[in-house]
Design a protein around this ligand. Structure first.
Ligand SMILES: [Zn+2]
Length: 281
């Protein structure tokens, strides 16, 4: 599940590698993947790519044609660069940007859902995109003070993943961040003390920074389908807490799991398993 660190390292590695490459053609085998029609996607054929930047969990692929591609991987997408062209039988292909040196920049998506998307914008219109224009401040490297930003009566676990509140954090890294900050996932943003808000901000910076540093040291092109995420809490339920050694617990939701250490984060309290309470209703 690509979040800020995974998108950041992908933008760095692939952005450097494609800088100066010319677009030969663009194919869109994913029928729902291309979400814009004006300008047409063919407008960047012949353009030179200028690199890739990250905005929250989205990519912006720049060109010298005054247009940029905005890419959202959603939960199962990958942006990858290949030396050769995709087989037309590859069912993960959503958008294929063929470069005139034979390489191919590919938006792929695993699983059955078709949710990942690409939009082509004229540069002047990019910031008006409904996703970009509603993004909160970047979670990394320098998020604003969190006291005012998170001052809402909503649980931290949802608040930190709300891209309109703060951009870049998702289901994996929120568990690591809250564990690092020793805060309950269900503590409300409006109930954070000044000291807790500072601790949480420090944890966001250090956890996302730790992940990016790990990827800088371990990854090179081609980026693998499955990134080696350096997680210590998320999806580690049943394993010992890396800080106190107690068992990491989980709350299961329909399509994801939230992990935490009761000793470090909830004064020893076990959070209600929503899956179970729904069954008992
Ligand atoms: Zn612990």
């Amino acid at each position: 599940m690509p979040e800020l660190p995974e998108v950041e390292i992908t933008a760095r590695l692939i952005g450097d590698a494609i800088k100066g490459a010319r677009v030969e053609s663009v194919l869109t085998p994913g029928i729902n993947a291309l979400r814009s029609f004006d300008p047409p996607i063919s407008a960047i054929e012949g353009a030179t790519l200028s690199g890739i930047t990250r905005r929250g969990k989205l990519f912006v692929i720049g060109t010298d044609a005054g247009m940029s591609l905005l890419v959202h991987l959603m939960s199962a997408g990958r942006l990858q660069l290949f030396d050769t062209r995709a087989s037309l039988r590859d069912r993960t292909s959503r958008v294929l940007i063929r470069l005139d040196d034979g390489r191919e920049l590919r938006l792929r998506e695993f699983g059955t859902k078709q949710a990942a998307w690409v939009k082509l914008y004229r540069d002047a219109e990019l910031d008006g995109d409904e996703q970009l224009s509603t993004l909160g401040p970047e979670a990394w490297p320098d998020p604003p003070e969190l006291g005012p930003l998170l001052n809402a009566p909503r649980p931290l676990h949802g608040l930190l993943r709300d891209q309109r509140v703060i951009a870049g954090i998702g289901r994996s890294w929120v568990d690591e961040i809250l564990h690092k900050a020793m805060l309950s996932p269900f503590k409300r943003g409006s109930e954070l003390s000044a000291e807790e808000a500072t601790r949480l901000r420090d944890a966001i910076i250090s956890e996302l920074g730790r992940a990016i540093e790990h990827y800088e040291q371990t990854l090179q092109l081609p980026i693998p389908d499955k990134l080696p995420m350096p997680l210590t809490v998320h999806r580690r339920n049943g394993e010992p807490c890396p800080r106190c050694g107690d068992e990491i617990e989980a709350v299961f939701y329909e399509d994801y799991v939230m992990c935490y250490c009761p000793t470090c984060q909830t004064d020893g309290k076990l959070l209600k398993d929503r899956r179970l309470s729904r069954l008992l209703k």
